[in-house]
Design a protein around this ligand. Structure first.
Ligand SMILES: CC(C)(COP(=O)(O)OP(=O)(O)OC[C@H]1O[C@@H](n2cnc3c(N)ncnc32)[C@H](O)[C@@H]1OP(=O)(O)O)[C@@H](O)C(=O)NCCC(=O)NCCS
Length: 424
């Protein structure tokens, strides 16, 4: 049973703390799911399952999928939240495809949302223990007693870090390490970032990006309509990028705010259908899922190198090689990560040493990679990026009449995701 992707959309992707500051990931996810379904021509009653991704979970509503589903779909549609770091909505699409291939669903809505404006801020471990102990006290004295141990630093709030739990290393530090180990120059990183902005600006100006974006009515008055991404810089230059100071290694580093993906709010969704049901409904597909693969490596190694491991496996599973791929989307966490992965894919030594393959995997000409810009320019709401690049790849494959497309995403924990999409 083949799985078709028949429609999709995303909200604008905006700098966190700006126009979506009063919207949670659930609110953003509702817009994306509602609009994706409307664009498919299907109704809520047609949906069998909702699979939705997020990374920074709301402690009050940990199953974001169910909350979005309760608001937008019949209450009888089961919903599950998936979390695989930055590839969460890719995983949602893969899980939806698996449900269809197993014959357990005909129509699945999949995607993801993230609000980095709304992160759960918690209390220190010591204060949490005192609060639990106090809640068990039967007298006023017993309830107050634990706080005698309170020190000023116990009151410091705890915010989520974009860091590896196992090693403590931030993504930015890992990108910096990769830049050094793979000898990716600052100039090369900045040039990739500039390209990302230029291509995203061009795709915005000619309507390709706006066609994928659903407007959002923003609180408090719900009269302000947010229709556009607000991170893409039409005016950035190599000179401006070169002036920025390294963030993660201030003395010897090369990773800056300009060649990193920014902290972003946004949501996305696509509608998946069994080929049979799609034909029965007379719906045209954007394309089909051909294969996917997920890999993991030791986070102490090259943390964001997952795509170079996952891509060849997804290609093998598709029965294809890189020369069959007409377009590629690679999530841009950092320029250093993109360039490190492209370097590894084109390296025979990497293929022999790391993949046990005789020849380099290869990659398409850069002219056919991230042709509408990438996460550095457009932004990266962790849980939403995967469905964004899936939709962009399919739309551009249609416009260019490309048969096979490949997408890759690096994810925290040393994981890599790759998916091959095809048209008929
Ligand atoms: C890198 C990071 C720390 C930068 O955060 P920040 O300092 O808030 O970034 P800003 O957007 O304010 O940019 C800093 C400065 O660079 C400038 N700048 C950023 N991009 C620029 C560009 N393309 N051209 C010109 N200037 C640029 C900004 O205008 C700003 O200048 P100002 O200080 O004069 O206002 C943050 O974006 C981050 O943590 N990114 C990584 C996220 C991550 O790890 N994701 C996971 C990946 S899987």
């Amino acid at each position: 049973m083949k799985t078709a992707i028949v429609a999709g959309c995303r909200t604008p992707f905006v700098r966190s703390g700006t126009v979506f500051v009063d919207l949670t990931a659930i609110e953003l996810g509702k817009v994306a799911v509602r609009e994706a379904l409307a664009r498919s021509g299907l109704r809520g009653e047609d949906v069998d399952q909702l699979v939705y991704g997020t990374v920074v979970h709301d402690t009050q509503a940990p199953n974001i999928a169910r909350e979005v589903g309760l608001a937008e779909l019949p209450k009888t549609v089961p919903a599950v939240t998936v979390s695989r770091a930055c590839s969460s909505s890719n995983q949602a699409i893969a899980d939806g495809t698996a449900l269809i291939e197993l014959g357990q669903a005909d129509v699945v809505v999949a995607g993801g949302a993230e609000s980095l404006s709304h992160v759960p801020i918690t209390v220190s471990d010591r204060l949490a223990k005192m609060l639990v102990e106090a809640s068990r006290g039967r007298t006023l004295g017993a309830r107050l007693a634990p706080f005698r141990r309170l020190r000023p630093k116990d009151l410091v709030p705890v915010t989520p870090a974009i860091a590896e739990y196992s090693t403590g290393e931030t993504m930015g530090e890992a990108a910096e390490r990769m830049a050094k180990e793979n000898e990716i120059s600052r100039e090369h990183q900045d040039a990739w970032a500039l390209r990302s902005h230029r291509l995203a600006a061009a795709a915005t100006a000619d309507g390709r990006i706006p066609a994928e974006v659903a407007p959002v009515y923003a609180p408090p008055d719900f009269e302000t309509v947010v229709e556009h991404d607000n991170l893409i810089r039409t005016d950035t230059t190599l000179e401006a990028l070169a002036k920025l100071r390294p963030v993660f290694d201030r003395k010897y580093g090369s990773v800056t705010a300009g060649n990193s993906s920014p902290l972003t709010d946004g949501a996305s969704a696509v509608v998946l259908m069994s080929e049979e049901r799609m034909h029965a409904e007379g719906i045209e597909p954007l394309g089909f899922v051909r294969s996917w693969a997920v890999t993991a490596l030791d986070p102490r190694g090259q943390l964001l190198q997952g795509p170079a491991y996952a891509a060849p496996i997804a290609l093998d599973r598709a029965g294809l090689s890189m020369k069959d791929i007409g377009l590629m989307e690679m999530h841009e966490a950092f320029s250093a990560q993109v360039l490190s992965n492209l370097q590894a894919l084109s390296s025979r030594d990497f293929a022999q040493r790391e993949l046990g393959r005789a020849e380099a995997v290869g990659h398409p000409d850069p002219e056919r990679i991230n042709v509408m810009g990438g996460s550095i320019a457009i932004g990266h709401p962790f849980g939403a990026t995967g469905a964004r690049i899936t939709l962009t790849l399919l739309n551009e494959m249609g416009r260019r009449d490309v048969q096979f497309g490949l997408l890759t995403v690096c994810a925290a924990g040393g994981m890599g995701f790759a998916m091959v999409l095809e048209r008929r």
